[in-house]
Design a protein around this ligand. Structure first.
Ligand SMILES: Cc1cc2nc3c(=O)[nH]c(=O)nc-3n(C[C@H](O)[C@H](O)[C@H](O)COP(=O)(O)O)c2cc1C
Length: 197
């Protein structure tokens, strides 16, 4: 516990490096992902923040080759042949809507998904979020009960070949504003390109 406190008190930039190194990977080797690492990715997901701490996630990790093939038939957004796919789902979606919290489920799912993408990067596992799929067909294939809603698929696998160099991002002045919209940070330009050295 004490080391976590120390890291929070004085971050060393390591997480930012990982955030910037993560890329969507769409070409994978045939190497299977060990169950322990799939569990680790689910662990990363379940430590995400969630609205009112509902922790509404259901994660279905698919790594059986036949089930993967069937899944891909309903998910044109999955490019290449991933070794596994994690379906990020939200339990009790109907209840959340009844509470007037219809914005929460996609937010909660996205928080968990980014945790999974980053932990995958830390394990040298390539990943790609996928939103292009036929939700009813995938839900049926995975046996999801009616109250469990599929929010996002994450394709996973060891990268085949080098991962593309980081894509350029919009400039800091375009996305970062200080105190009021339209007022850039004084030091914004230093973060463009590869960021401050
Ligand atoms: C909500 C969401 C849906 C996405 N859906 C797909 C998809 O269906 N297929 C795909 O190949 N990539 C998909 N992506 C990946 C994006 O294309 C990718 O994140 C973007 O091009 C930036 O590249 P990077 O992830 O390497 O930084 C999706 C990303 C997000 C956040």
């Amino acid at each position: 516990m004490s080391s976590v406190k120390a890291d929070l008190a004085r971050p060393d930039g390591g997480l930012l490096d990982l955030i910037k190194a993560r890329r969507s990977v769409r070409r994978y080797t045939a190497q299977r992902i060990p169950e322990a690492d799939l569990l680790r990715l689910v662990e990363a997901g379940r430590w995400a923040p969630s609205g009112s701490n509902r922790q509404p996630w259901i994660f279905v990790a698919v790594d059986d080759p036949e089930q993967l093939e069937a899944l891909q038939a309903f998910a044109p957004g999955i490019i290449g042949r991933p070794a596994a796919v994690i379906a990020v789902c939200i339990d009790g979606y109907g209840n959340a809507r009844d509470d007037g919290d219809e914005d929460l489920p996609p937010m909660d799912a996205a928080m968990a998904a980014q945790n999974i993408l980053l932990e995958a990067a830390a394990l040298a596992i390539g990943s790609c979020p996928v939103l292009s799929y036929d939700a009813p067909s995938v839900s049926r294939l995975l046996g999801l009960p009616e109250e469990v809603r599929l929010e996002l698929l994450i394709a996973l696998g060891y990268p085949a070949g080098p991962v593309r160099v980081p894509r350029r991002r919009r400039t800091m002045a375009q996305v970062g504003h200080r105190n009021r919209f339209g007022r850039p940070f004084e030091g914004a330009a230093a973060w463009d390109g590869d960021g401050p050295k």
